[in-house]
Design a protein around this ligand. Structure first.
Ligand code: IVH
Length: 675
């Protein structure tokens, strides 16, 4: 091939790769596989190796960010890169409109565009003759820093516009404003990778995006999952751009720029306010962090005429959502003892408002977390509260360290009972294994009387604490020997309250085995598993006599829980407790006792997959169990039969590959009836 033909191939290949980049990173709708894309890049690299003189900065190979600089040059923006004034509620927004209507009545007839306010970093992107030639940070709004090499690595940023040949030609000079940020999903993946590599994780997507953009070595930026959305034009020469915000967003999209698809055109202010509120409601499910909505006058000419106050344009407003992340000082680290003896550290904080509530305490997850994040007492920490999630500490703000912060050492003994704590191989948690530990007794009782367990009405946390502190109750069995005269000696107890409590305790004797089993608080045994265990074993005696291997045949019981159950029944203190329960007459057996009749499925293990005509999933499980069989969740060599219904999937394949017998519903019935 002669050089002309090669050159043609090269140019076409550059365009093709730009286009596929755009499909993947801007539209999120790739047309070719990663492998095909890699092939194209490989060919491009080989052509560039033959002809290095052809390589221009906008070649797709130049996104790798090979250039490192010593410092960033300053860039004067062609027009002011403005900020936004804030509104915190609908009244603020209405007041804004009133203010600008006093300057120009026409705004009352205006329509608006509402966009998500992306929690990222503003960037200013210069295109000359369709080529990306320079990119800068916002800086002080007049002068920013030249981060062109870093921005080239952002794959959603078009290096050439228009991306598709049949789209409009852009003006000779076009300066576009946008926001660089990281998708929440990519941020989580990045942190997961770092954690697996034993490296320090990042605090939040915004800080990570900021840090990545300010890397002097662009090859580091290239490794971060930065992306971009554009929303404004800062300057234009040698051409025209639409004069409405809605038209502008469409125009930018047509040129190949990434533009949010969450923008809303609103005919009047009230519709715009409603659109902001809708975005706030959607906030949790959005793919990136938004810290508000931006309301913009659609008429950009009018917006420009209104001018600005300080650095805030009059023609737009940020409707801020409540902050979900704030910083505050970590005063102390406390340690809670849970009902299973797990020690959980928590942060005692300088009170701070976040997400609309004042937070004084937050979870620190576990001791490994404190060590990994190097959280110290006295640190300024970043705190998050999102949706219904319990507030948690994300990590320390290292730049705020004074040197006076104190590293934290996990306790060697239980803070409630003073006995040595233990750590299980392969688990992060530390445990207090003293069954008589007062903190555990208290938590256990609270759990035992709770609604999903024995549901003892009127026995709240306060009374439980009173019963334990007075020495009347040392374990759950003691509840059933309480006498009225004992209760009457407690603060706040008169005849009626004592009678009510005693009859509530009496009523709880009728609870089925599964409730008692759940109420015992065995590690890993939740309500659903307790029901499965009760159905499978029928009594506490049978469960106490079982083995780890046998337990693992029960749906959902993995090796750790099987061990926890066997260990629980092996412990002397627990055996004494069970004897006490038996003595006081709290000893239910399963309501659905294993059937007395013939049990032809005894010793056989079944897995069920697909949809059966005559049984629901629960019914078929019961049916097999009532005929003596066991049902497990996944197919293994131990499975005797796979019962396959309609649309059976991977389990069927696995059964076939392991040589497990596959039967249908009718065959199951025959087996169960001994035919
Ligand atoms: S418009 C005149 N639109 O919010 C144009 N800003 O607090 C003024 N931001 O500095 C900005 N998403 O970094 C605009 N859709 C959006 C935005 C947005 C995020 C940022 C931008 C700005 C800051 C103001």
């Amino acid at each position: 091939m002669d050089d002309d033909a090669l050159r043609q191939e090269y140019d076409a290949l550059c365009k093709e790769i730009h286009f596929h980049n755009y499909r993947y990173h801007v539209l999120d709708a790739p047309l070719i596989s990663d492998a095909e894309y890699d092939q194209l890049m490989l060919r491009l690299r080989s052509l560039e190796a033959q002809h290095p003189e052809w390589v221009t900065p906008d070649s797709p190979t130049q996104r790798a960010g090979a250039v490192a600089v010593e410092r960033f040059n300053k860039v004067r923006h062609p027009g002011p890169v403005l900020s936004l004034a804030n509104a915190f509620d609908a009244a603020d927004v209405r007041a804004w409109l009133e203010r600008i209507a006093r300057l120009d009545e026409r705004v009352r007839q205006c329509s608006f565009v509402v966009e998500p306010k992306i929690d990222g970093l503003t960037v200013v992107l210069h295109y000359h003759n369709g080529q990306f030639v320079q990119g800068a940070t916002r800086g002080d709004g007049e002068v920013g820093e030249d981060i062109t090499a870093n921005l080239r690595t952002v794959r959603a940023l078009p290096l050439r516009i228009p991306v598709q040949a049949d789209d409009p030609q852009p003006p000779r000079t076009l300066v576009v404003r946008g926001e660089v940020f990281i998708y929440s999903r990519d941020f989580e993946r990045l942190n997961q990778r770092l954690q697996e590599a034993g490296e320090r994780t990042y605090l939040n997507p915004r800080n990570t995006a900021a840090g990545s953009l300010r890397q002097l070595d662009a090859s580091i930026t290239a490794q971060r999952p930065l992306t971009l959305l554009t929303y404004a034009v800062v300057a234009v020469e040698g051409g025209e751009v639409p004069q409405t915000q809605w038209g502008l967003l469409r125009y930018l999209r047509a040129l190949g720029f990434p533009v949010t698809d969450l923008a809303a055109y609103c005919a009047d202010l009230e519709t715009a306010i409603a659109a902001c509120q809708k975005l706030n409601e959607q906030r949790e499910s959005l793919p990136y962090e938004v810290d508000g909505a931006v309301i913009k006058l659609d008429d950009l000419q009018l917006a420009a005429e209104l001018g600005f106050v300080g650095k805030d344009p009059r023609g737009a407003m940020a409707f801020k959502f409540p902050a979900r992340e704030v910083t505050t000082v970590l005063r102390e680290i406390g340690v809670n003892v849970g009902r299973t003896g797990v020690l959980t550290p928590y942060a005692v904080l300088e009170p701070v408002e976040v997400g609309g509530v004042v937070v004084r305490q937050a979870t620190l997850h576990n001791f490994d977390f404190i060590a990994e994040k190097d959280i110290r007492v006295g640190d300024r920490v970043l705190l998050k509260r999102a949706g219904d999630v319990i507030p948690y500490v994300i990590g320390p703000v290292l730049d705020a360290r004074t040197g006076a912060e104190q590293p934290f050492a996990p306790p060697q003994v239980c803070p409630a009972c003073g006995q040595a704590v233990e750590h299980l191989e392969g688990e992060v948690a530390w445990y207090c294994v003293n069954a008589a530990c007062p903190a555990q007794v208290l938590r256990n009782l609270e759990h035992f009387v709770s609604r999903g367990a024995m549901d003892i009405v009127g026995l709240g946390e306060k009374i439980v604490a009173q019963l334990v502190e007075s020495g009347l109750v040392g374990d759950i069995a003691d509840l059933y020997t309480l006498r009225k005269e004992d209760l009457l000696r407690l603060d706040g107890f008169a005849e009626k309250k004592a009678d009510n409590l005693l009859s509530a305790i009496e009523a709880s004797r009728e609870r089925p085995l599964e409730r008692l089993l759940y109420g015992l608080g065995i590690r890993g045994v939740g309500e659903v598993m307790a029901a499965d265990l009760a159905r499978q074993y029928g009594s506490l005696d049978a469960l106490a006599a079982t083995s780890e291997a046998d337990l693992q045949q029960v749906q959902g019981v993995g090796p750790n829980t099987a061990k926890a159950i066997v260990d629980w029944f092996a412990r002397a203190a627990n055996r004494n407790l069970l004897e006490k329960l038996r003595t006081v007459g709290v000893w239910p057996v399963a309501q659905q006792k294993p059937q007395q009749g013939p049990q032809p499925l005894t010793g056989l293990t079944f897995v069920v997959t697909g949809t059966l005509a005559g049984f629901s999933r629960e019914q078929v499980k019961d049916y097999i169990q009532q005929h003596g069989g066991k049902v497990t969740d996944s197919v293994s060599k131990k499975t005797d039969y796979l019962v396959a219904g309609e649309a059976a999937g991977s389990k069927l394949e696995k059964a076939r590959s392991l040589g497990v017998r596959v039967i249908d519903e009718a065959t199951l019935r025959k087996l169960a009836e001994g035919k």
